[in-house]
Design a protein around this ligand. Structure first.
Ligand code: HAM
Length: 435
């Protein structure tokens, strides 16, 4: 009896990263790790799953993320509500508190990995996407805010990205926002008739977000709304000035954007985003800011903090439009062989060459030399090592440079097994090839 078979496919908005793209991801992650370490950041990893209440409390009940984008479910074993992290910050802070990380000194930490948001998928917007999340916990001054921005500018330079601009704002302190909020609600009430459904809904719960509207009919109302910057006290202004001065010192251009409010509730003072026009509608490649109240809100001893997250898919999309370097081929050396004895010798030689630091693929399965060479070529290897019956009898390997340069010639050379690593190691002088 035939059974109906439903084709298995990935969940919408969740992407497979196939080997060719995977090589690019690894290359990117390696650059990012070096970059983070060059500023003293250390890796830290928290679980993907957390208690739902961590995010509702941390990110805020009336944010898009908490209201409608979280992958939450009830653990059938104990009835607890769990959520797949929609961002890193809340979990990083939870872990720092739980393990007393801030006991004797501030911490610069980072994490990389998948995060989950139930949004409508489109280019640059996915339901599983990846972030590089960077947090400086326990630092109060504008120096660290500015350092983060300067370090991001360095990464863009290193990747050869030029079309990214910086938008900056200050959200002040909660009391300053409360006074602004009152004035803002009064303004929204005056224009109640032109507010769309979202605007009406958010008018009292999150009036600042109403100004973030893309609705053209509401632009004039948003433009004439009271500005938070007019409600900032002296200390908040000084903090912002401190950031701006340091950006000027570093020669980093920015645009003050009073509309920049970010989609998470924990921010205060500095907020920033890096935006590009080259990715269509989803042009924000990185966002972050200061969140001095979050550690206390989540049960820790009060401590200031600042951080940001890069959207990896968006940044890779941008990188691939420019002069991203070629991804590394899958191996340096591809060993082709004949018969069982050849295969076993190939396996031994493979281990020997890996000991010497080479990346080696030993052909697997029985196929003729011709198809083995095709595979060797497709692997991107610089060199094929050949172990046929003649070679085994003479205890040598034939070496064929696949992407030959003048120095190496295009012929084959025969090399005793013990000398193979020396001949193959890149950068070492190579023996003259046979004519
Ligand atoms: P966020 O702005 O929500 O901030 O996300 C950071 C970045 O993740 C965005 O700028 C964007 O590049 C990327 N991103 C967001 N949603 C999607 C999506 N659906 N698909 C693809 N990429 C996306 C945060 O998550 C904060 N935790 C950042 C932070 C860290 N603030 C302080 N510390």
């Amino acid at each position: 009896m035939t059974q109906a078979f439903q084709k298995l496919a990935a969940i919408r908005g969740m992407n497979d990263i196939l080997p060719e793209a995977g090589a690019r991801w690894e290359q990117f992650e390696a650059i990012v790790r070096d970059w983070l370490q060059s500023y003293g950041y250390r890796n830290m990893r928290a679980p993907v799953l957390e208690h739902t209440r961590l995010f509702t409390r941390g990110i805020g009940e009336v944010t898009d993320i908490v209201e409608k984008e979280m992958y939450s479910f009830t653990d059938s074993l104990n009835g607890e509500s769990l959520t797949m992290r929609p961002e890193f910050t809340a979990g990083m802070v939870r872990a720092a508190i739980e393990h007393n990380l801030l006991y004797d000194r501030p911490q610069r930490v980072y994490a990389m990995g998948p995060v989950f948001r139930h949004e409508r998928p489109q280019r640059g917007r996915y339901r599983q996407f990846h972030q590089i999340d960077v947090e400086a916990l326990g630092f109060a001054g504008p120096d660290v805010d500015a350092e983060m921005i300067v370090m991001l500018a360095r990464l863009w330079r290193q990747l050869g990205l030029t079309d990214i601009r910086l938008e900056l704002n200050s959200l002040g302190q909660p009391e300053e926002r409360a006074r602004h909020r009152e004035a803002l609600i009064a303004h929204l009430e005056q224009h109640r008739d032109i507010l769309d459904e979202d605007g009406q809904r958010r008018m009292y719960t999150n009036p600042l977000r109403v100004l973030d509207t893309k609705n053209p009919a509401m632009q004039a109302m948003a433009d004439s709304a009271p500005r938070l910057s007019d409600f900032l006290g002296e200390a908040s202004r000084a903090h912002l000035q401190g950031v701006c001065d340091r950006l000027d010192d570093a020669g980093i251009a920015y645009r003050m954007n009073p509309r920049l409010v970010r989609g998470l509730d924990y921010y205060n003072l500095t907020v920033f985003e890096w935006v590009t026009d080259r990715l269509g509608a989803q042009g924000t490649v990185c966002g972050g800011g200061r969140y001095d109240g979050l550690i206390e809100l989540l049960g820790g001893k009060p401590a200031p903090a600042v951080g940001f997250a890069i959207g990896v898919e968006r940044l890779l999309d941008l990188w691939s439009q420019g002069e991203a370097p070629e991804a590394r081929p899958e191996c340096d050396v591809y060993i082709v062989h004949q018969d069982e004895a050849g295969q076993r010798q190939a396996a031994r030689l493979g281990e020997q060459l890996r000991d010497a630091g080479l990346r080696v693929v030993v052909h697997a399965g029985s196929s003729g030399f011709k198809s083995q060479f095709k595979r060797a070529d497709a692997s991107g290897a610089q060199v094929a090592v050949i172990l046929g019956a003649d070679e085994l009898a003479a205890q040598v390997a034939s070496v064929k440079w696949l992407r030959s340069t003048q120095q190496e010639g295009s012929g084959q050379q025969q090399v005793p097994f013990a000398e193979l690593a020396n001949v193959l190691l890149p950068g070492r002088p190579k023996a003259k090839s046979a004519p």
